[in-house]
Design a protein around this ligand. Structure first.
Ligand code: C2E
Ligand code: CA
Ligand code: CA
Length: 434
């Protein structure tokens, strides 16, 4: 046994000694083989394809307590968890030195050039998904150089990162770093794309693509959300005209943050911006945002609806909900949150919730959109349940305007409809008998 393995055995004991409720340090590491391109030329195809898996198995064997998985041919994700920070750092050090040794394939051995993106945090601040996202960001901040970037979650360092990101976001609009992706909504009965949703993207010069789940809350905190939303609406109007020129005169829906709904200045700016064009635009708003300041939110939504903006209630079922407000909203569309749709065909309760939500929306004379439709089986079941529209990866992922036009020209949604027909009869029977 090597000295590394000895020290790692000690870590195993320590790792297992983490009792429930005790302080826990967690680390997520994204390790990339930066010379994969060169290696691929020298290795056989199957060795190159299996490299990340081989490395992850080795790490799982060598570094006790580590959970490593290959997430791409050149990328491994590793999780570590200990009761003390120094143990975690020690485990990470030994992990890094493990890559110093060349890796053998047959008679040849090759040196791996590694770069590491690390996210580390303690207890509550270190939720798993947050750590994974931060490890991804840390890796992209290495800029492909052979180095390690560590993102300390919940510490002063993280605050500095966030502050820098907030400053960058302020400049992002001026620098043209924001752009829109579009995701179509398909009418189930007519099997036609009837509208699209605009989803904002930020191409950060250092970090690459920052997900909206990260920068929208930041924009809400800093106030940049007003400018961002006005830009999104302006761009959506421009892109809608381009779609119409290509023979696809579809309504474009824009997401509106809750805090904007009670802002009279914003409402006036939007109304001015939409003069004569509102009939081509829709807004997606959550019920939670209405409940925050119902009187002014409903007044502004009524103004938007009056000039022709179609209102959709987003993420239905995921946040606060009130039948009293639901009845008062001038909404034509209710979007059932993907939380209930992605597990639709494997859960016992979700189909019942979805079915009763469809009935409720129809009673309120709203059309229902199911978001997060990923499988033909889900589409078939929703169709049987009388869902009006669907949106999700099965139909189309969010894509650029250019790709959207190609998708619409080629009727790219036809494959999803075809696949769901095969499952339709069986599901229809099962659902109606239940
Ligand atoms: P959302 O409005 O609920 O948008 C749907 C999200 O689900 C999008 O994530 C989309 O990529 C993802 N999605 C679509 N189909 C599927 C599917 O079949 N399966 C799964 N698992 N996911 C699917 P995205 O683009 O990361 O956006 C996240 C959230 O960020 C949006 O959630 C929206 O609330 C917000 N957002 C995006 N753009 C804007 C914006 O311009 N303004 C505001 N205020 N919020 C925005
Ligand atoms: Ca939305
Ligand atoms: Ca949604």
């Amino acid at each position: 046994m090597t000295s590394d393995e000895l020290s790692l055995d000690r870590q195993k004991a320590e790792c297992h000694a983490v009792s429930p409720g005790a302080s826990r340090w967690r680390m997520v590491i994204h390790a990339r083989v930066t010379n994969f391109g060169q290696l691929r030329r020298r290795l056989s195809r199957s060795d190159a394809d299996g490299l990340a898996t081989l490395l992850s198995h080795r790490i799982n064997r060598m570094v006790m307590g580590a959970r490593a998985v290959a997430i791409a041919r050149d990328l491994i994700e590793i999780e570590l968890e200990f009761s003390r920070r120094d143990m975690l750092d020690e485990a990470f050090e030994s992990l890094v030195t493990h890559f110093d040794d060349p890796i053998g394939f047959g008679k040849e051995s090759y040196r791996l050039n590694m770069t590491f993106g690390v996210a580390v945090g303690e207890d509550v601040c270190a939720d798993e998904l947050g750590l994974i996202e931060r490890a991804e960001q840390a890796l992209c901040r290495t800029n492909g150089q052979l180095r390690t970037v560590v993102h300390e979650v919940g510490s002063g360092a993280a605050e500095i990162d966030r502050a820098a990101m907030a400053r960058d976001l302020d400049r992002a609009l001026a620098r043209g770093e924001l752009f829109l992706h579009y995701q179509p909504k398909m009418n189930v009965r007519r099997q036609e794309i009837t509208s699209v949703e605009a989803l904002t993207r930020w191409n950060h010069p250092l970090c690459g693509l920052v997900p909206p789940g990260e920068f929208i809350p930041l924009a809400e905190e800093t106030g940049a959300i007003t400018e961002l939303t006005l830009w999104t609406i302006t761009q959506a109007i421009i892109d809608q005209a381009v779609l119409a020129e290509h023979g696809h005169d579809l309504r474009v829906f824009v997401n509106i943050s809750g805090m904007m709904l009670s802002d009279s200045r914003f409402a006036a700016d939007v109304t001015a911006l939409l003069r004569g064009k509102a009939g081509k635009i829709g807004f997606e708003v959550t019920e939670t945002s209405v409940i925050r300041d119902p009187e002014s939110a409903i007044r502004h939504l009524e103004e938007f609806a009056r000039i022709g903006v179609e209102i959709a209630i987003d993420d239905y079922g995921a946040g606060l909900s009130s039948l009293a407000y639901l009845k008062r909203l001038p909404a034509r569309e209710l979007k059932i949150d993907k939380l209930f749709i992605t597990q639709l065909t494997s859960s016992n309760r979700d189909p019942l919730i979805v079915r009763s939500t469809i009935d409720l929306a129809h009673a309120l004379e709203m059309e229902v959109v199911a978001e997060g439709v990923e499988t033909p089986a889900a589409l078939a079941l929703l169709s049987v349940m009388g869902c009006d529209m669907v949106q999700g990866f099965l139909i189309c992922r969010p894509i650029t305007l250019r790709d959207l036009i190609r998708f619409l020209d080629s009727k790219g949604h036809a494959h999803a409809v075809g696949d769901s027909r095969a499952t339709f009869g069986r599901l229809a029977l099962a659902w109606q008998q239940s």
